[in-house]
Every structure is written in C-alpha cells, then in structure tokens.
Design a protein around this ligand. Sequence first.
Ligand SMILES: C[S@@+](CC[C@H](N)C(=O)[O-])C[C@H]1O[C@@H](n2cnc3c(N)ncnc32)[C@H](O)[C@@H]1O
Length: 278
Amino acid sequence: MISFVGAGPGAADLLTVRAVDRLRNADVVVWAGSLVAPEALEHCRDDAVIHDSRAMTLEEVCDVFAAHPNAAIVRLHSGDPTIFGAIGEQIAWCVAHDRAFEVVPGVSSFTAAAAAAGCELTLPGVAQSVILTRLAVGTAASVPERETVRAFAAAGATMALFLSVRHVELLVDELLADGSGYEPATPVLVASRVSRADEQLLTTSIGELAATVTRAGLTDTTMILVGPALAAAGGRRSHVYDPAYGTRFRPDASRGGEAPTVSTGPTVSADPVGEGPR
Ligand SMILES: C[S@@+](CC[C@H](N)C(=O)[O-])C[C@H]1O[C@@H](n2cnc3c(N)ncnc32)[C@H](O)[C@@H]1O
C-alpha cells in the first residue's frame, strides 16, 4: 500500500492519529523535506528506509515506489496532501502500475492559520465562501487563465493564498484590480510557519500588505488570508444557534418547543444534517 499522508502544518500534535499510525507502520517513507517539519519522522521505525524528496524528480519518487512492491510506503506531504500536494501524478502512476493507494488527509495551512489567529473564515453575512488559490508566478503555467487572483477578487470572499508571498507586490495589484470586491482597508492575516516554533502571525490590510511582508522578511512557508471575515467580530450571528431557528436537534421557540423532524416536509426549517443554513 502506498499512503499519501498529510503531515499538517508542522506542529507534531497536528498530525492525525491515522497519519501517526501509517508512519509507525511504514517500511519506506518518502517525505517532502523542504516543507514537512522533520519532527513527523520521529514516529518512524528505526529500520524504516527514509528518502527526502526535495531534490528528487517524480520519476525518482516513482522508482522508489517500484523498488518496494510489497512494502508499506508513506509519501508524506505538508498540510493536506490534496491541496498543492502534486499527488495527482503519483496517483496516476499507482493506477497505471496497479498499486494500491490511499490518501490520509491532514490539517491544511489555511485552517491552521485561521485557528492560530482565532478567527472564522465563513462569517454569516460577511463571507460564506473560501477561495483556495495561488498567484500565477513561478510554475505559472499550472494556473488556468480563468483562475487569476484578480478574477477571484471580484467575489470579495475569504481568500487563502498559498505559494504567493515572494511576489507580494503583484499580489496586491491583483487583489485590488478593477472590479475587485476588496478595498485597501480589507483585513489580511499573514501567517508564516504556522504551528512551528518560529511562527509569525501578522495582521495587516491589503494596502499595507507589501510593506508588512517586506519588513518581516518573509519569503517562504507563508499563508496569506484575505477578506472582511478576517476582521472577526461584527458579522451576523449564525442561524444554526439562533433560538428562532429550529433544527432537527432543537425546536425553534415559535413552534412552542416542538422539535421539527425531517419527516414534517420541506416547509419546516428542519436541518437534516444539523449543519445547514447559517
Ligand atoms: C506546496 S504548498 C502545500 C500546501 C499544503 N498541502 C497545505 O495544505 O497547507 C506550500 C505552501 O503552503 C503554505 N504552507 C504550508 N505550510 C505552511 C505553514 N506551516 N505555515 C504557513 N504556510 C504554510 C505556504 O503558502 C506554502 O508556500
């Protein structure tokens, strides 16, 4: 089995229980040494064969997979492996070579950054969407033309920017381009090396973003969260904990304490999964 495992943002206790289990049982580990905190490897057995992929090509990584046809292999990626993890091409190799694989999710840097700052990314009445994206720089050819930061900025929603801190001036231009739903005063959280010993959390605005990043000397491993929700307080309260709004688990006051049920039909504000409308 080849397990594509999310290592989380860095803190040892932000590895999932399943990730630790896969690391403990691994015969072979290929880890992204440029991004994953080395503490994650402390869970590995002494006899596990460890490869650092930072200087390897996809072909070399797949050669390791091929050399161990019956081993328990962990391919360790930072954060959640399904986000900018380059696992798609490795999964394609597994499918082409009839190798069993699984994906073990991890705590992504964008949720870790929001948690560290103590804020909600989806504040009712303020922002109900989170755009996960990156600037079209570096490996710009990977970014489809319709997915520019300026195109997404029109929504004015919460935006999580990966892989973009090195080009912060261009980022500001894109965030404030014509038609943007943001303004220079829109709040920004700059979260560097979240959950690690040298974590830095800087609150700023789009207008001050370039100066903030330059002053702090940030060039890598930085998450940039943008949007009005980052101002935290001031949004509308959630329907889900409002006494006037009933859910499957709690009656609303106007119904005299009678709990709506899923079977009462669509006119009742029943929430079949207990999580909806906010
Ligand atoms: C190749 S992407 C991998 C993203 C990862 N899969 C995730 O879910 O967080 C690397 C980018 O993720 C962000 N990142 C990863 N770990 C981070 C951390 N501990 N603190 C801040 N940003 C981080 C940075 O934007 C970095 O440039």
